[in-house]
Design a protein around this ligand. Structure first.
Ligand SMILES: C[S@@+](CC[C@H](N)C(=O)[O-])C[C@H]1O[C@@H](n2cnc3c(N)ncnc32)[C@H](O)[C@@H]1O
Length: 208
């Protein structure tokens, strides 16, 4: 077998192993997706979800993150939104809508009625097979979530979102730095090494 074929084969074996490990674990624990582990790691690192938090989960379907949040927030308010349907989760209100629709922003604001503590976003565009395009489209979702945070986060609020270290990564990072005093990046172990996926954690809105 040629050397490049061998490398490809061993890489796809590693990816499969990684996927299977978290897939099995999520089935055992009753989580709806492997993504749950990413939020667990993010919250262990930055400790931003409290029992009385008001929290918006963007791109929530099938519900792995919302399940974790519902287990922590017992005295707060949780709203999840996605263009895809999500089966109900205890203490979580779900809106089937699109972040790019201006009505969604109004709906979110009227649900919470006041500024909120946390926005989490795991939104990802459907894959097209063109990695560069997929990364740009997912980062546009992150930018739109950042726009929303300006309208609905409390001054000390926290914003956490998926983004890709692709072509427009620096632009998204720079706009986050214009909006927030603290901006950090963290790649959970449960996110594949080979993937360009990372997570941005922002805190303290800069007052205008
Ligand atoms: C990686 S999945 C989220 C997994 C979820 N965090 C979990 O733990 O189960 C990405 C989600 O982003 C959603 N999404 C993509 N574009 C969106 C948009 N414009 N508005 C709202 N949700 C969107 C997709 O429908 C998809 O369900």
């Amino acid at each position: 077998m040629k050397k490049s074929k061998k490398v490809k084969k061993s890489n796809s074996w590693k990816i499969k192993q990684h996927r299977d490990q978290f897939f099995k674990k999520s089935k055992t624990l009753g989580y709806r997706s492997r993504a749950s582990f990413k939020l667990i790691e993010l919250n262990q690192k930055f400790k931003f979800i409290k029992k009385d938090s008001s929290l918006l989960d963007l791109g929530s379907s099938p519900g792995g993150w919302s399940q974790i949040v519902s287990g922590i927030i017992t005295n707060g308010k949780i709203l999840s939104i996605d263009t895809k349907f999500m089966e109900p989760i205890k203490n979580v209100k779900f809106f089937n809508c699109d972040i790019f629709d201006q009505n969604t922003h109004y709906k979110v604001q009227s649900f919470f009625k006041e500024k909120i503590d946390v926005i989490i976003s795991d939104m990802a565009a459907d894959t097209t097979g063109n990695k560069s395009l997929d990364s740009i489209r997912t980062n546009q979702l992150c930018s739109e979530a950042l726009n929303m945070s300006l309208k609905i986060l409390k001054p000390k609020g926290v914003f956490v979102s998926k983004l890709f270290t692709g072509d427009d990564f620096i632009e998204v990072k720079d706009s986050a730095k214009l909006l927030f005093k603290e901006v950090n990046f963290f790649k959970p172990k449960s996110s594949r090494n080979e993937s360009k996926e990372t997570y941005i954690h922002c805190k303290f809105l800069k007052t205008l």
